[in-house]
Design a binder for this molecule. Sequence first.
Ligand code: NAD
Length: 300
Amino acid sequence: MKIAFIGLGNMGAPMAANLVKAGHEVSVFDLVDAAMKSLERAGAHACASAQSAANGAEIVISMLPAGQHVRRLYLGRENSPGLFEALDGKPLIIDASTISPEDARFVGDAAAERGLTYLDAPVSGGVGGAQAGTLTFIVGGTESGFEQARPVLEGMGKNIFHAGEIGAGQVAKICNNMLLGILMSGTAEALALGVKNGLDPAVLSEIMKQSSGGNWALNVYNPWPGVMEGSAASRDYQGGFLTDLMAKDLGLAWELALDSKAAVPMGSQARNLFALHSAQGHGGKDFSSIQKLYRAGEEE
Ligand code: NAD
């Protein structure tokens, strides 16, 4: 298929590369030139704008940081039209970014006004999952749109869920990431407590992994440096899933809770921890660097 892929960051770049590997004709655009160069080497066609990438595409996929970027891409802003206005055909629109359900519905309604099908399809699985093509996609939108998207999503992921109407994918993703924020900070807290009391972090990790505290952070994303080869923690928390993106997702959970009058005391605690960690200068590091918050005062 002819696919346009917009946003080639930590997640988008390996996802687009997997679409090329799956045999699709992929045109790409990112604001950062270096990101496009590396995709060109992987066999994609680098374009000068989102519009030229989308020209003639059957599917447009976006993977951008936050809601305002998605709104701007598709709807434009003063004096600069968005992609919806500039499209020459009627491609299926799949936004894989994590944004609020409200933003997803807003962009989805604007798409429908132009006769376009829009799906929100946020992902889970991290950069490792994006590279391995084993992401989980959580899709909101019509059944027919979902069925049209499925074969393409299978080129980038292993588990493809249809959560409900537009916005439902984002609700499920936000619930998942709120739990992830709680699990990662809880895991960092338990490791720091054990180490302060003389335990080896690798030994403690193995014990908790095989015990009732076992969770995804311990299994594939250990936050303590050196415990897990290839983890973000073992490369000074570079790349991966940025603290600021986790703080954004916990903010989305908080807004969702306010709107629906749901109580999220644990999620609120996690939001404050990641906001504090970001304010201390770690917003651009992987979110597992929350471990540092529990190691304050230690000699580096
Ligand atoms: P990132 O910051 O690494 O990448 C975002 C990319 O979008 C950047 O390369 C940036 O230049 C580009 N961009 C921004 N505005 C653009 C525009 N108007 N046109 C073209 N390109 C533009 O972020 P990421 O880690 O790849 O995450 C992307 C989304 O996926 C976020 O919503 C994030 O919450 C979500 N997510 C991330 C992970 C993860 O582990 N990193 C996991 C699941 C979901």
